[in-house]
Design a protein around this ligand. Structure first.
Ligand code: ATP
Ligand code: MG
Ligand code: MG
Length: 531
């Protein structure tokens, strides 16, 4: 209950930005093209879009492509598609690599001002010196020597490859992020956009302030784990003599029983424990959309949290119940019965011939139109319902009227029920509203598979050192074969419906798309259950 309490404390989204000039605000969302977007990225993207809109400004979507070892063109395409799914379109699309030349020139400027040096200290020693606050042997090298070494780095000579360029900020600042951070290093892997033009690449710490400044960003939103690096970010503006940018922190979004690290998600994909990056059990934008999350609910949820500074471990319930509020008024109502539990019902005074009638898809929203309902003397109901019937009991057949149970066959498991329609009966007076399906020679129910999922892991929050393998949920997919009303067979993929008395479902595959010829329906969590 604690995370929910925290959430409630956030209040509504009223956070603004400092130093704003209406119409001149520029924000940016800077994904690294090294994986698919997840719900945390969605928060960052939606927040940036929100501020850009709120102040009638501009949103830059910037591919932060400074590490050719991890990045791929393929991920850029998937990120663009994910952003489209989220309804986010950058006013400008850019790449950090567009600015490699400018960044390089600024590195030269820094060296010439005596504010950067090329260091050939080995990694281990460098780490050690940084921990202890000891100056590198290269720190007091001449500007000429630094320029010469940086040129060797650019050409990736044997010696050049042993060096990195460091900003001369501090040797022993208590904030270790300020201890002469690395700003350039060699990498011989070809870059997916600039090919082999560069053999040196600026680090995130160096690119970020520069590219933000060059691209006209006014407010850079970063997650709070970068807070130690804020002074470093700010150090570069006067040092490089470039226009400063305001930084604003917001908290990272984390969910219970959920992994967000790209590396761990990749592991699930590689082991085949999930079907891919769009698996409905995944917290990726694709995964949650496939499970029935709407962009509107996601947006509301993110904005409700606001630009809060607190790092939170969130429950899924709230976001799914926000989603339920969005889908409930627009989800048409349909009927499903579980195949393994079908019980035939005969209506002793039912219609001689079955007939088909148009009924409302959503009683409170007649504008949503009608569906075809089969009325007949031979029906099916669910075993769980039939098992609760008593002879003489009056029940309501939903969307039809009342009926009185006349006979029940079967010991323990009900094999047959006979009822007598009693349409004059008061539907408000009955306790049981039963779902049923009629039989007709022309209009047949459709065959479906109802799928529900559990969390991939059994631990609320993975700690440092926990191995994923040890906390795997043994079974995470549950399926039930079902018979659904014929209308469901006409709905396109992605349709959200409510199966009466079962909950909300999204059509993941229409019959023609599925191997078994079954409509695949994925259960959309509604925030009430723990799944
Ligand atoms: P990952 O750990 O999944 O690789 P990342 O931070 O390395 O994430 P980026 O592509 O660099 O991935 O992230 C783009 C933006 O999304 C950054 O501004 C980052 O701060 C933000 N972001 C990433 N994860 C979260 C999260 N869990 N909550 C909020 N914002 C996030
Ligand atoms: Mg990152
Ligand atoms: Mg990361």
């Amino acid at each position: 209950a604690q995370p929910q309490q925290k959430q409630a404390d956030q209040g509504s989204f009223d956070l603004g930005l400092e130093n704003v000039e209406y119409g001149n605000v520029v924000t940016r969302f800077p994904p690294e093209p090294s994986g698919y977007l997840h719900i945390g990225h969605a928060k960052a993207a939606l927040l940036n879009q929100h501020f850009a809109r709120m102040y009638s400004g501009k949103l830059i979507v910037r591919f932060d492509d400074t590490n050719p070892t991890k990045e791929k063109e393929e991920f850029e395409e998937s990120i663009k598609e994910d952003l489209r799914l989220l309804g986010i379109e950058g006013d400008v699309i850019s790449h950090t690599s567009d600015h490699f030349q400018a960044i390089y020139e600024l590195a030269i400027r820094l060296i010439k001002k005596g504010l950067a040096y090329a260091d050939d200290t080995d990694q281990k020693t460098m780490r050690d010196e940084r921990m202890k606050g000891i100056a590198s042997k290269c720190r007091s090298q001449s500007i000429e020597e630094n320029l010469r070494r940086f040129e060797e780095m650019r050409q990736a000579t044997e010696f050049g490859q042993t060096c990195c360029l460091r900003a001369k900020m501090s040797v022993d600042n208590p904030n270790k992020a300020m201890r002469d951070p690395v700003i350039y290093r060699c990498n011989l892997t070809p870059h997916h956009r600039t090919g082999s033009a560069w053999k040196i690449y600026p680090t995130y710490d160096f690119c970020c302030p520069i590219v933000d400044s060059i691209e006209g960003v006014t407010h850079a939103l970063r997650t709070t784990e970068y807070r130690d690096r804020n002074p470093q970010y700010e150090w570069f503006f006067p040092a490089l003599e470039i226009r400063p940018v305001v930084i604003k922190d917001f908290s990272r979004m984390n969910f219970v029983y959920t992994l967000l690290s790209k590396r761990k998600l990749q592991w699930f994909v590689d082991t085949g424990l999930v079907s891919g990056w769009d698996d409905p059990r995944f917290p990726t934008v694709r995964g949650i959309r496939r499970r029935g999350m709407t962009v509107e609910a996601l947006r509301q949820y993110v904005l409700m949290q606001g630009a809060s500074q607190k790092n939170m471990l969130l429950e899924w319930d709230k976001i799914w119940s926000a989603n339920k509020k969005v889908i409930d008024p627009i989800a048409p109502r349909h009927t499903a019965l579980l195949k393994k539990e079908l019980v035939p019902v005969t209506l002793s005074n039912g219609p001689k011939e079955s007939y088909v009638k148009d009924t409302l898809r959503h009683k409170k929203h007649p504008e949503m139109g009608t569906k075809q309902t089969v009325f007949s003397s031979q029906l099916f109901v669910d075993q769980v319902d039939a098992a609760g019937f008593a002879v003489g009991e009056e029940i309501t057949l939903m969307d039809w009227g009342n009926a009185v149970v006349e006979a029940i066959d079967g010991e323990g498991v009900v094999s047959n029920v006979v009822m007598r329609l009693h349409l004059e009966g008061d539907v408000k007076a009955t306790k049981k509203k039963i779902t049923w399906l009629g039989q007709d020679v022309h209009v047949h129910p459709a065959e479906a598979l109802l799928v529900d999922y559990d969390y991939l892991i059994t631990k609320k929050k993975l700690e440092e050192g926990d191995s994923v393998e040890e906390v795997l949920t043994p079974k995470t997919e549950y399926t039930d074969a079902a018979m659904v009303d014929s209308n469901v067979g006409m709905l396109p993929r992605g349709s959200t419906i409510q199966l009466e008395r079962r909950g909300y479902y999204i059509i993941d595959k229409v019959a023609a798309e599925s191997e078994l010829g079954l409509i695949t329906l994925i259960k959309i969590p509604d925030g009430k259950l723990s799944s």
